[in-house]
Ligand binder design. Structure first.
Ligand code: CA
Length: 548
């Protein structure tokens, strides 16, 4: 066990001695990996179920050399903001995972058109900077995964430039035709031949029917795992790897390729985690996360449902989607989020409304699965497409350019940084950032929220979301009033469940003076009202403690 982890357990135990009513059992300390020195998961779950992840666009996070472009040294400089490694301080966010959007050399600003898979984008720094980032992150208990853009390369990648020659050894690394095939995604090259590039002319698809391509991309994965020390990957466009005739996504050959890729990366590092972007409905996406392909996929349906329910002040959508989606995956093996770098930011979807942004955060950070936060979401940064505007520089302070750079930023910040920034929200106890910090600490402290089963609770009111998380030797009840009005016309009900007898309701977030819960004959409860009235736009998190 690392000293920081031990200190955390001792801290929790002492805090609980002085606050017996507010704390449940302290979970058994988790084992530590002999490979990374970092904690393994709770109750046999993998480590990623204990982590809240944070997605970073390096170009926009923090610039340390004044060129207006965020860099790896900037990520290092802000690690303490994410997690300072000291459980006794509450000034950090408390995340234990980072997803870096592409950091390889690329032609376009976003990095999703790679020109060299074995190097670091010189805009961002050097390989040594990256290794230092890994060491500094691990020292704080943070694991780092990197974007792996393997469906396609840049049209400026040397492999593609050579493959334009019909006699090149690289010819079959891409998908070529000498006359234009039917169907979408075909592009005409300068030579007059046609290549397949699903997303854009400058993004030719690699040909994964070629064993040489598979071998090369496995070699890339080994390089980042072994030489650079990453903890895993986020696979871009994972459903598009292999086309089979008219089937351009979710083909059987794509699934087969991913099974082979999993066997490979687990052989390099059994603890490595891969989360896939399968931009599709949950039933289709979940096929990739059944234990023999990807470790996790993002649940886009659940994300939409959370944002929609908060936006409409109506819990029906998330109440419908959550229990269905949870059943599609092995327990907890999906990634939850609100919005990512390809979507209008959640705060824009919610009309720049802080109370509702807090509710969305509560839904996300009490969700089963592994939650991912998109940088700036925790301070309510706005952003609507075009893409550049949903990836704007981070708003750190009220100083010039939000404290992001001393130079000219690669793209102008949203002018609301003067009022909306990390410094201002750190100082305000009722800020969105303070709410995110509190929720992540709560998740870190309560195993039921990380690895517990998710049991949807009927609320008897369409404005009220309720969910029971049961696991890790505790029961945690989440109650969210999505309405702008106080709600007294409600009653929580779980037809049957794992409960027995009476439970004292101890507040974890919100509330106080909560009613005792009395179970029904089926281990559930009927018409439970922890509070006579749920305040407008409120989040209530309760630990249910078996009454003596
Ligand atoms: Ca820079």
């Amino acid at each position: 066990m690392k000293p920081a982890t031990l200190a955390r357990r001792v801290f929790l135990a002492l805090a609980c001695l002085s606050l017996v009513a507010a704390c449940g059992p302290v979970a058994t300390p988790v084992a530590v990996s002999p490979v990374s020195g970092l904690p393994l998961g709770t109750d046999g779950f993998p480590w990623w179920n204990d982590s809240v992840f944070y997605e970073i666009f390096v170009r926009s996070f923090y610039d340390t050399d004044g060129d207006g472009i965020g860099d790896l040294n900037g990520v290092i400089a802000k690690l303490d903001y994410l997690n300072d490694g000291d459980p006794a301080t509450a000034a950090d966010l408390g995340v234990a995972g980072i997803w870096l959007m592409p950091i390889n050399p690329a032609v376009h600003y976003h990095g999703y058109d790679v020109t060299d898979y074995y190097a670091v984008n010189p805009d961002y720094g050097t390989a040594d900077d990256f290794k230092r980032l890994m060491a500094e992150a691990h020292r704080r208990g943070i694991r780092v995964i990197v974007d792996f853009v393997l469906n396609h390369t840049s049209d400026q990648h040397p492999w593609f430039l050579q493959s334009q020659d019909r006699s090149s050894l690289y010819r079959d690394w891409y998908v070529w035709a000498e006359s234009e095939p039917t169907g979408g995604g075909w592009r005409e090259s300068a030579s007059g031949d046609f290549y397949y590039g699903l997303f854009a002319e400058h993004m030719p698809d690699l040909n994964y029917r070629s064993p040489a391509v598979t071998a090369e991309m496995q070699s890339v994965a080994r390089y980042w795992l072994d030489e650079m020390g990453v903890d895993g990957f986020r696979l871009d466009a994972a459903k598009h790897l292999v086309e089979q005739g008219a089937v351009q996504s979710n083909s059987e050959l794509t699934h087969e390729w991913l099974r082979g890729f999993r066997a490979f990366y687990k052989s390099v590092n059994p603890e490595a985690m891969v989360v896939g972007e399968v931009f599709d409905g949950t039933v289709m996406a979940a096929k990739y996360a059944q234990g023999d392909e990807l470790d996790l996929v993002f649940d886009f349906d659940l994300a939409k449902a959370m944002v929609f329910s908060v936006g409409m002040r109506n819990a029906s959508k998330v109440n419908d989607v959550l229990p269905i989606d949870v059943k599609q995956f092995p327990a907890g093996q999906f990634a939850a989020f609100l919005t990512n770098h390809d979507q209008d930011r959640v705060m824009s979807a919610l009309g720049d409304d802080v109370p509702r942004a807090k509710l969305a955060a509560t839904l996300l950070l009490t969700s089963p699965g592994a939650p991912f936060i998109y940088y700036g979401e925790e301070i309510g940064m706005l952003g609507k497409k075009p893409d550049e505007d949903i990836r704007l520089p981070m708003q750190w302070t009220a100083e010039a350019n939000g404290g992001f750079t001393t130079g000219t930023p690669w793209r102008d910040l949203n002018p609301d940084y003067v009022a909306k920034n990390v410094a201002a929200q750190s100082a305000a106890s009722d800020s969105l950032l303070t709410h995110y910090r509190a929720l992540i600490r709560i998740r870190n402290d309560h195993a039921a929220l990380r690895v517990g089963e998710s049991l949807t609770v009927e609320s008897g009111n369409s404005s009220v979301f309720a969910n029971l998380r049961a696991g890790g030797d505790e029961l945690v009840l989440v109650v969210v009033n999505l309405s702008r009005e106080s709600v007294s016309d409600y009653g929580l009900a779980l037809e049957s469940g794992p409960l027995a007898g009476e439970y004292v309701a101890a507040p974890i977030l919100g509330g106080g003076g909560l009613a005792t819960l009395i179970t029904n004959g089926q281990g559930g409860f009927d018409d439970y009202k922890p509070l006579p009235a749920l305040p407008a736009y409120s989040s209530l998190i309760i630990q249910l403690q078996s009454a003596p």
